[in-house]
Ligand binder design. Sequence first.
Ligand code: EPU
Length: 337
Amino acid sequence: MHIEENKSLKPYNTFGIEAVASHFAKVQSVDELAALLSMPEYPHPFILGGGSNMLLTKDIDTLVIHIALKGIEIVEETENDVYVRAHAGENWHNFVLWCIAKDFGGVENLSLIPGNVGGAPIQNIGAYGVELKDVFVSCEAFDISEKKIKTFHLKACNFGYRESIFKNQEKGKYIITSVTVRLTKGNHQLRTQYGDIQAQLEANGIANPTIRDVSNAVIAIRQSKLPDPKEIGNSGSFFKNPVISIAQLDDLKRNFPDIPNYKVSDTEVKIPAGWLIEKAGFKGKTFSNYGVHKKQALVLVNYGGAKGKDIFELSQLIRKTIYRIFNINLATEVNIV
Ligand code: EPU
């Protein structure tokens, strides 16, 4: 296995930020991963997956291990369901397309999410009314201190909205190596209730959608709002949608009667952070080579050559402003490195 020195990480992060890794290696098997993790020269390596949910604000002065474990396989079939395992280095969207080509249903709403399979359980990826947890069976992860593979079933992952044990209690202890999902072989349970999907299907004149139609609708919606990282650097939603109490919502409604909100429990609602950021005047704002996306205020963008620090400072300015206007604390969804 080759360890490169002074490697540019620009092609490895969807924000397109220039940062240099002092050492860099790509692993294609669990054995290679285990070998690298036992090298005494690099006691605290940096694990890099698809690089789609991080903002690099500095160079990385240790070994960067890029997880490139490949493969998708059917592990079990029942009359109605199929269990499919995808290895961590597979591109998530290619995995979704693989499932659709085989007519396996369950992940079509998660089309076009950037990043790799290995990152999916860490933040329980979600879009258009579906989260990974809805199809998740288990994942395998390399235990860094015990140097062996461990299996985590659904319950053990403690999934929440963009949350899991891998981001919280067990942060930094495991490296996801594969994910197994349960999908339907026919009789698919389509989830098209999410407003935009229904409207998109109707616009396409589709009354009885297939999973491919739903996937195509999701792709069209995402392409209309979210910048393609190949063209404009970004990491999707930069912030999480905040959850506030109904009492606070009632209070805010006095000044902002049109504030959108979605019930999450009898006492709490979720507010679209994109709306707050737009209302605060940041939508489409550009500061030389970075800014807030024109079509979706929740996405910060690098127009080319921006520094991670500048984008981080913009995010702090947005957080302060939102707190001042709405008394709401925005949590960052993207990992700041
Ligand atoms: N909105 C605005 N202005 C904006 C953006 C949004 O007013 O500039 C308001 C509108 O009221 C709109 C509502 O926000 O109806 C919701 O917007 P959208 O449907 O675009 O969804 P979102 O809440 O902004 C979330 C996820 C996305 C996911 C979409 C679709 C989070 C943090 N983000 O965005 O996930 O694709 O729903 O399900 O939950 C990601 O995690 O990187 C990501 C892109």
